[in-house]
Design a protein around this ligand. Structure first.
Ligand SMILES: Cc1cc2nc3c(=O)[nH]c(=O)nc-3n(C[C@H](O)[C@H](O)[C@H](O)COP(=O)(O)OP(=O)(O)OC[C@H]3O[C@@H](n4cnc5c(N)ncnc54)[C@H](O)[C@@H]3O)c2cc1C
Length: 399
């Protein structure tokens, strides 16, 4: 990996900087775990048009169509972070389903679903977890029974983020209950959330918001043509999506942007007349985290390089989600502590700092250590798939 910036890269940096300076009035407002409002969708279209979002996705699928260039991607991330500019949309549709369709979808599915998803016009949710199938996802029991050209779906999903705002779901169902093992006979279906028979019930988290939901299916009719990949091979497709989900949750550039905001906060907050950034205890904590964030960023570039060279990153990819989600939580904890007693105030207090964003992150980022596969499950994967340690013993089956 050559990290030297060429003249072309320096010119590219100037171009990104000029774009951000000229487009400040178009920056959208934050909108949480909801449908992207008009200003966020307009910003996304603008970013795609200039190659700052969906950069390497082919133009026929609504992307910018650039060749992968790790340094250019890094420059974009650095400049957006420096300017505190909002990134392009990050969502389960854009960051998880789109790359899955690119890898495994039919040509018809790619052309139909990817362009409007990239523009933020279609919001997706992920129907994987069930009350009896979380870490052990392959035990899922939502059934899809054949009826002519359709499947009839019955069952329940849980922890379904954004289901309340979603147009579409990518959903794991069991189409062959008699398959020889639990990993076979699962299919990956996509269908609209307004299909008759779907009921959504919100679940409140400790942030005070209902970011996720329970979703119930009663005789929901979905055409068989909506399977992604082959019927009965949904486990393979779902693992492709999980790989992208873990990459999204472990985005090192997002952690770097947070680190920069915290350093700024430390320069603004004072204790007994002294800037927090000048206090050794806080400075030491910040520097340790900054070191970890930098390591994550370089590791991210290594992964992108391997991806561009079509090499399998193996263990290098497995550590990303575990590391990033734990570091993000430590970053939020630092920010809350930097604000002293004001760090206890939430966004509903007129005295809260930064609109209570760090307090909310502190609570939400704890959930991120669980979502997309818990830290314990990530450690199992690293041990078994990455380090080649013996597999954990499976529970004996009841006779
Ligand atoms: C914020 C958030 C958003 C989410 N969004 C979605 C979504 O959009 N769609 C979706 O389908 N799901 C979603 N989930 C669900 C998430 O994928 C599951 O919560 C997660 O996979 C864990 O499953 P579980 O909650 O059933 O816990 P369980 O599997 O019951 O685990 C309970 C505890 O046991 C531990 N454990 C379980 N098995 C093992 C093992 N073999 N070895 C060691 N420890 C083990 C776990 O680490 C955990 O601590 C979300 C979760 C969160 C927190």
């Amino acid at each position: 990996m050559d990290l030297t910036y060429s003249d072309e890269h320096e010119a590219f940096r100037r171009e990104v900087r000029a774009f951000l300076a000229a487009n400040k009035e178009h920056y959208p407002k934050p909108f949480g775990v909801n449908r992207p409002p008009d200003d966020a969708r307009a910003w996304q279209r603008r970013l795609i048009e200039h190659g700052y979002a969906a950069r390497t996705i082919p133009e026929i699928y609504g992307g910018f169509g650039a060749e992968p260039d790790i340094l250019k991607s890094h420059i974009i991330a650095e400049e957006f972070s420096r300017a505190k500019a909002p990134w392009g949309l990050v969502s389960q549709g854009i960051s998880m389903l789109v790359p899955t369709l690119l890898e495994m979808g039919s040509e018809e599915q790619k052309r139909r679903w990817i362009p409007p998803t990239l523009r933020g016009e279609i919001v997706w949710c992920q129907g994987y977890s069930e009350p009896g199938a979380g870490s052990d996802l392959a035990s899922l029991s939502t059934s899809a029974v054949e009826d002519g050209d359709d499947f009839i779906i019955n069952g329940q999903k849980i922890w379904t983020t954004t289901a309340h705002a979603a147009d579409m779901i990518f959903c794991l169902v069991r189409t062959e209950p008699d398959a020889p093992n639990k990993y076979l006979g699962i299919s990956y279906l996509i269908f609209p959330m307004d299909t008759p028979g779907i009921e959504i019930r919100p679940l409140m988290t400790m942030t005070g918001n209902a970011e996720f939901n329970e979703v119930f299916f009663t005789d929901v009719r979905v055409p068989k043509s909506q399977v992604v990949g082959a019927r009965g091979q949904g486990w393979t497709v779902s693992n492709a999506t999980l790989k992208h989900e873990r990459g999204m949750m472990g985005d090192p550039n997002a952690s770097a942007a947070r680190m920069n905001s915290i350093l700024q906060l430390m320069g603004e907050e004072t204790l007994d007349g002294m800037r927090v950034i000048d206090m050794p205890v806080f400075r030491d904590r910040a520097m340790r985290l900054q070191g970890k964030v930098l390591a994550m960023q370089y590791h991210g570039m290594r992964l992108l390089t391997m991806q561009a060279n079509r090499q399998d990153p193996g263990l290098a990819r497995l550590i990303v989600k575990l590391q990033a989600c734990e570091i993000n939580h430590q970053l939020a904890a630092l920010a809350v502590d930097v604000m002293g007693e004001m760090g206890l105030l939430y966004h509903d207090s007129p005295l809260s700092r930064s609109h209570g964003v760090w307090q909310k992150r502190y609570m939400f980022d704890l959930a991120m250590i669980i979502g997309g596969g818990t830290a314990q499950i990530q450690k199992n994967l690293i041990a078994e798939r990455g380090l080649g340690l013996p597999r954990e013993p499976k529970l004996a089956k009841a006779k």
